[in-house]
Design a binder for this molecule. Sequence first.
Ligand SMILES: [Zn+2]
Length: 54
Amino acid sequence: MQCHYCDRDADLAVESDGIKVGVCKQHFREQMAELEDAEWLDELDEQLDIDRRE
Ligand SMILES: [Zn+2]
């Protein structure tokens, strides 16, 4: 799956208005940054940390 916002490969699939779209981490974060108090984001953050540690 390709990122909905750029030409990179999507790292995640998110559902928006019932439509599943792929997003890369960068664009996923940009989108999520607009949403405050997303409780599940912390959990996802930990998952992404696995990649960031390298
Ligand atoms: Zn992207």
